[in-house]
Design a protein around this ligand. Structure first.
Ligand code: NAD
Length: 355
C-alpha cells in the first residue's frame, strides 16, 4: 500500500492506494466518525458492499443506501435520497458518508456531505479507474441539471480516499480503458517519466496486472494531488487537467453523449491537441505519433468518427469555459510532459479537425 497526502487550504487528507484495501477494516475505521451512511450503486453494491459489512456491523448507528447506476441518475432526486437517509439516520455534524462506487456516486455522495448540516465528512471509496485517478481527489462534488453536466455542486474535500485497485478487475473493459485516457493525460501534461513508464507497461495495463495497476493509480494520484494542492479552487494550474477535454467535450456534445465514454472522447481530444501542438511548431515532430501509438496500444480511439463536421465541433469548442474574448484557448504541449494554455487560431484548429 502507498499513501499520498493531499494538502488543501484547511489541512490535508490521505489517499491510500493498494490491493485489498476495502477488506482492511483498520484503515477504514481510522476515518469513521459518528453515525455512518454508506452510499453505493446497484452494480457496485452487489460486488463490494459485503467487504464493508464487518466494519459497519461494529457501529451502533449505520445505514446503507443503494442507488440506481448510471450518469442519468446523477440528479438532484438521487442527492435528495442521500440527504433523506442522513435524516433517517439522525446524523449529526460528526457523521461520516462513505461513497462506494464510481465518479457518479462519489460526486453525489460528496455533494450530499457538503450540504447536510453545512458539511459533514465524506470518505471516498472509488471503484472505477476514473474515480481512483481523478474524481475522488480534489474535492469537486455535484450533480447534473437537465441543462448541463455538473451544473450544481460545491468544493468539499474528502477526509480520506481509499482506492482499492483490486476493484478494477471487475470493471467493464470500456470503462477501464476510458480511465486509462486520464492516466495518459497526467504523463502528457506534467510527467514525462510516467509517460515513458506507460509506454513500457501498456500490455501489463491491458492485462490489468495488479502491480502495474497500483503503480498507474499511484502516479496519477500523485500528479493530481500536486496540481490540486497548488490550485484548490481551479484558478490557474488546474486548467492543465483539461488537456484534450475541449475537443473531447465538443465531440461528446456533437454525438449527444451516446457514442463515446468521456475518456474515449478525451483520448481523441488529446491526440488532436498534440497534432495541433506539432502543427503550431510547439513540440518536436514525432510527439503526436508517440501520443497516438500509446493511446491505440491501450485500446483507445484517436480519430474523429467519419462524417464529423469540423465547423460544428469548432462552434461547440467556442462555448468552452476556458475561452476569453471569443478566442478558443486550448491546452497544448511543448513536449511530452510539458503543457501550457494558449489562444489558438480557428483556421489551425480546423486544419487538424479536417486531417
Ligand atoms: N469530481 C471530479 O473531479 C470528477 C472528475 C472526473 C469525473 N467526474 C465525474 O465522474 C463521473 C464518471 O465516473 P465513472 O466513469 O466512474 O462512472 P460511474 O460512476 O457511472 O461508473 C461506471 C459504471 O461502472 C460501474 N462500476 C463501478 N465500479 C465498478 C467495479 N469495480 N466493477 C464493475 N463495475 C463497476 C458503475 O455501476 C457504473 O455502471 C461523471 O459523472 C463525471 O462528471 C468527476
Amino acid at each position: 500500500m502507498k499513501v499520498i497526502e493531499v494538502s488543501h487550504a484547511r489541512g490535508s487528507y490521505p489517499v491510500y492506494v493498494g490491493q485489498g484495501l476495502l477488506g482492511m477494516a483498520s484503515i477504514l475505521e481510522r476515518h469513521l466518525h459518528g453515525r455512518i451512511l454508506a452510499v453505493s450503486d446497484e452494480h457496485v453494491a452487489k460486488l463490494y458492499l459485503d467487504r464493508l459489512r464487518p466494519t459497519l456491523a461494529r457501529r451502533a448507528h449505520q445505514r446503507h443506501l443503494v442507488l440506481p447506476a448510471g450518469e442519468e441518475h446523477k440528479t438532484v432526486a438521487s442527492w435528495q435520497r442521500i440527504v433523506d437517509e442522513l435524516v433517517k439516520l439522525r446524523a449529526q455534524r460528526d457523521a461520516t458518508v462513505l461513497a462506494l462506487g464510481g465518479g457518479v456516486i462519489g460526486d453525489m455522495a460528496g455533494f450530499a456531505a457538503a450540504c447536510y448540516m453545512r458539511g459533514i465528512e465524506v470518505v471516498q471509496l472509488p471503484t472505477t479507474l476514473l474515480a481512483q485517478v481523478d474524481a475522488s481527489v480534489g474535492g469537486k462534488t455535484g450533480v447534473n441539471h437537465v441543462e448541463g453536466k455538473n451544473l450544481i455542486g460545491a468544493f468539499h474535500q474528502p477526509s480520506a480516499v481509499i482506492a482499492d485497485t483490486d476493484t478494477l478487475t471487475t470493471l467493464d473493459p470500456r470503462d477501464y480503458r476510458a480511465g486509462l485516457a486520464e492516466v495518459v493525460k497526467y504523463g502528457a501534461i506534467r510527467d514525462p517519466d510516467f509517460f515513458t513508464w506507460l509506454e513500457s507497461h501498456a500490455e501489463a495495463l491491458n492485462a490489468r496486472v495488479p502491480s502495474s495497476l497500483m503503480e498507474a493509480v499511484f502516479q496519477s494520484v500523485r500528479n493530481k494531488a500536486e496540481v490540486v494542492a497548488a490550485d484548490e479552487l481551479e484558478a490557474g494550474q488546474r486548467a492543465m487537467l483539461n488537456f484534450g477535454h475541449t475537443f473531447g467535450h465538443a465531440l461528446e456534445t456533437a454525438t449527444a453523449y451516446r457514442e463515446y465514454r468521456h475518456g474515449e472522447a478525451v483520448a481523441i481530444g488529446m491526440n488532436l491537441a498534440t497534432r495541433l501542438s506539432e502543427l503550431l511548431g510547439l513540440c518536436e515532430s514525432g510527439t503526436a505519433s508517440r501520443m497516438s501509438v500509446l493511446l491505440e496500444r491501450l485500446g483507445l480511439p484517436t480519430r474523429l468518427p467519419a462524417g464529423t463536421d469540423p465547423d460544428r465541433l469548432l462552434n461547440l469548442m467556442r462555448l468552452d469555459k476556458k475561452n476569453r474574448a471569443d478566442q478558443i484557448r486550448l491546452i497544448l504541449l511543448d513536449g511530452i510532459g510539458q503543457a501550457r494554455i494558449l489562444p489558438c487560431p480557428a483556421d489551425d484548429i480546423r486544419e487538424v479537425l479536417n486531417s
